[in-house]
Design a protein around this ligand. Structure first.
Ligand code: FES
Length: 78
């Protein structure tokens, strides 16, 4: 899972690329574009929607509701 704070807003997504096995935590965060880019074949995923912006990935990342409270960060897992 990736939890990132983008422009002050927390986002949480699955941490494995939907194209092949690559850990997105080793990828590149672009706060301006709200994306994480896979380190293997460079698909960039929107961190709010999980939708890939460019191939080769086609399937979106699963996204999760996340909030920050006084006792920590909470992610709603289904
Ligand atoms: S493994 Fe991520 S784009 Fe291929």
């Amino acid at each position: 899972m990736i939890i990132a704070k983008i422009n002050g807003k927390l986002c949480a997504t699955d941490g494995i690329c939907t194209h092949a096995y690559a850990e997105l935590s080793n990828g590149f965060l672009n706060e301006e574009e709200k994306t994480v880019t896979c380190p293997l074949h460079l698909s960039a995923f929107n961190l709010e929607s999980g939708v890939p912006r460019n191939p080769p990935a086609e399937a979106p990342l699963k996204t999760y509701q996340v909030k920050e409270e006084a006792d920590g960060v909470h992610v709603l897992l289904e």
